[in-house]
Design a protein around this ligand. Structure first.
Ligand code: 7TS
Length: 420
């Protein structure tokens, strides 16, 4: 079956990105694999890093390396300053009200677990409900299942349609006096769907239900404004937005974070400790036990500087152009079916081809130097919803080009010939 649907262009303006110039900032893009130029289309798994970020991390370990918040010596002061400057950069990047609402953690995954254990666990009683959607990544399913096992709460799931869009009326029907919390992805990693998070948040807030947004796939593609969204928590990972691995952000409204118990105990999260009693530090430090990922945090700050220099609106506009182009080209391939055809989509192209297993397609593309992800994308319930064991996923970033999409199409036509 051939799908002819073209996603609506979310940003109507044409982009003005100098993609060739941008590509020069990313050293990993300029290598050959199996003698072919690398075509990196696995950005939803993790993205490549600009030289400015690599340099910031190298500079930290070369010159500033020291622990933070504890030394009076020069290097420790320099490292502390750089670490806390990164927090201010994140605050500005997501337009949080205050820098202390930015908690540095390991990743989106750790952020969801933090919110589940530190915020939600105290809220729920047996029979209470947590509401998610049918398009969540395992990171936004399993921590809630663990919470339900611990507390006797029940996980409810709002359904999606065949295009991979959330059914808002069904979602609203599932909100009831037992609903204690809603947690949804801003953008689905397996389908590309951009969820109407403003509406979701408003609908839940009318019933005084707090909302957690999994922003792992949104932070690299969209301008995030947590004040405008009015979400209670917003979670994302540095490594998917061209920054380092091992560093993530858990944004939370200050009054909620202040009322929450610590997630982990250890150094730096305390004001005073006796063997009888410990007094916890103020936010954000209460949630940053132990020596954090200092280099990663400083690298994330450099990432935000880099992205700000390009402009998230420009990135979004260019990626919509790529998405439109890619959707049209892929739709013309005989036997190819796109999984995820929402009207509002980010630059993720998930698909299956008649008679060819996704892993075989991935292997053939790999030999052409084209990196895609094949499998369930840590979203097995999405695969079950669409009745496929796996998909091939090409996920595009602002350094990708139409020529790279042409290379993907050529690789897929080749796979069709080999297996067809
Ligand atoms: N939420 C979403 C929507 C994601 O796409 C991912 C990772 C996560 C949470 C977890 O992020 P982490 O940084 O904590 O691992 N998604 C993917 C992916 O699509 N392919 O590899 C990882």
């Amino acid at each position: 079956m051939t799908t002819t649907m073209t996603p609506e262009v979310v940003v109507g303006v044409r982009s003005h990105l100098d993609v060739e110039k941008i590509r020069r900032d990313f050293p990993a893009l300029h290598q050959k694999v199996y003698g072919k130029p690398l075509v990196y289309l696995d950005n939803a798994a993790t993205s490549q890093k600009p030289q400015a970020v690599i340099d910031a991390i190298t500079r930290f370990f070369t010159i500033e390396n020291s622990n933070i918040h504890r030394g009076v010596h020069y290097l420790s002061e320099q490292a502390t300053r750089a670490y806390e400057e990164a927090r201010v950069k994140v605050k500005e990047f997501i337009n949080a009200r205050e820098a202390r609402e930015v908690i540095f953690c390991r990743s989106t995954t750790e952020g969801v677990n933090l919110v589940a254990q530190s915020f939600a666990r105290r809220l729920v009683k047996p029979g209470d409900e947590i509401l998610i959607t049918a398009m969540e990544h395992h990171s936004n399913i399993v921590p809630w299942q663990i919470l339900c096992e611990q507390t006797g709460a029940v996980l409810r799931v709002a359904p999606i349609n065949d295009a991979g869009e959330l059914l808002l009326p069904e979602f609203e029907k599932l909100l009831n006096p037992k609903t204690r919390l809603v947690s949804v992805a801003h953008i689905s990693n397996a389908l590309g769907t951009i969820n109407p998070v403003e509406q979701i948040i408003e609908t839940a807030h009318r019933r005084k239900i707090p909302v957690v947004i999994d922003g792992a796939q949104a932070a690299p593609h969209l301008k995030i404004d947590v004040q405008q969204l009015d979400c209670d928590f917003y979670l994302f990972s540095g490594h998917k937005m061209f920054g380092p691995t091992g560093i993530g952000v858990a944004y939370g409204k200050a009054h909620l974070l202040e009322a929450m118990p610590p997630y982990q105990g250890g150094g730096d999260m305390i004001l005073s400790v006796t063997l009888e009693k410990t007094t916890y530090n103020v936010i954000p430090h209460k949630f940053e036990a132990g020596t954090p990922n200092i280099a990663g945090t400083i690298g994330l700050g450099a990432t935000i500087d880099y992205l700000a220099g390009i402009g998230m609106e420009n990135i979004a506009a260019y990626e919509q152009e790529l998405l439109e182009y890619g959707t049209e080209k892929l739709s013309s391939i005989p036997g190819l079916r796109l999984i995820g055809t929402a009207k509002k989509k980010a630059s993720i192209l998930s698909f299956v081809m008649d008679g060819i297993h996704p892993h075989d397609i991935g292997t053939i593309l790999d030999r052409e130097g084209i990196a895609v992800r094949t499998g369930h994308h840590c979203a097995q319930p999405v695969m079950q919803r669409f009745g496929v064991p796996a998909t091939v996923r090409a996920s595009l970033a602002f350094y990708n080009t139409k020529e790279e999409i042409d290379a993907l199409v050529a690789g897929l036509l080749e796979a069709g010939k080999v297996f067809g």
